[in-house]
Design a protein around this ligand. Sequence first.
Ligand SMILES: NC(=O)c1ccc[n+]([C@@H]2O[C@H](COP(=O)([O-])OP(=O)(O)OC[C@H]3O[C@@H](n4cnc5c(N)ncnc54)[C@H](OP(=O)(O)O)[C@@H]3O)[C@@H](O)[C@H]2O)c1
Length: 289
Amino acid sequence: MAAQRIAVVTGGNKGIGFGVMKELCAKFDGIVYLTARDEGRGRAAIEELKKLGPSARFHQLDIDNAESIATFADYIKKTYGGFDVLVNNAAIAYKTAATEPFGEQAENTVRVNFFGTLAVCRSLFPLLRPHARVSTVSSSAGHLLNINGDEPAASALRQKFSSPSLTEEELCDLMNQFVKKANDGSWKAAGWPNGSYVVSKVGVSALTRVQQRAFDADSRPDIVVNNCHPGYVDTDMSSHKGPLTIEEGAACVAYLALLPPNIKEPRGAYLWYDKQIVDWVNGPVPSFV
Ligand SMILES: NC(=O)c1ccc[n+]([C@@H]2O[C@H](COP(=O)([O-])OP(=O)(O)OC[C@H]3O[C@@H](n4cnc5c(N)ncnc54)[C@H](OP(=O)(O)O)[C@@H]3O)[C@@H](O)[C@H]2O)c1
């Protein structure tokens, strides 16, 4: 008998993550785990999804908490032995009007969005089954050309991020360098942009490329990871200013989670919300939304 197929969505209790849950519950042939850092919010969202069908389950997962990640990975391993789809959706963003110092914003945003996502991947990737799909939610902010601080330092940074031999460790170093510069006030001169969210999302987009190279060399066949800009979506994060519905924002994310077996492309790619593959290194960047 074939193993029960399992999908996992991080930050699934609201916004785009909840939209992805709805689409996976309708289209994925298996159980879909809605994970959330807050058990109450997660279970309330599951009640909503149950109206649509029986495939959604809940498990607590805070991507910013090593113990929570380890507990969830252990649960998946012991209960199912492995799994098939991971949607890295959870993230935070400070509002433009936030008054916290830039260094503090940089530290928290990079820690959750980049290092949290990386920690989830490191714990869960060993459990991915052949033909697994990983869909990571980046942003228009995650395009490499947004690394646009002072030149020539910015070009040098872009070259490092886009190097075909970039390693996870080197990428972590780059993220830590940004946080350090954000704290000592020299980030712009060192080539970094003014947004910590931008840097965290460039980090996850660069990570996708590094991860696909590792999957290509993995003994498990046909594991594919991609990332996308979901569009400018009507959620709490956008203060409900985005014109797209959560269903529209979930479309490309869910498409990448459900890519059929042995697909030639996209693999390790950056996509726009309308599912077009965008050149992450050179652009052009499609118009915003
Ligand atoms: N909305 C947009 O226009 C837009 C544009 C580009 C990219 N994105 C990206 O799309 C994704 C979803 O954003 P959204 O707009 O749906 O935002 P949202 O409505 O603020 O939802 C974010 C989700 O992430 C969860 N989360 C935050 N920190 C977490 C942690 N440490 N562990 C687990 N879950 C955590 C939140 O949980 P709580 O409910 O507990 O806070 C919530 O479920 C993010 O990656 C975001 O960067 C959004």
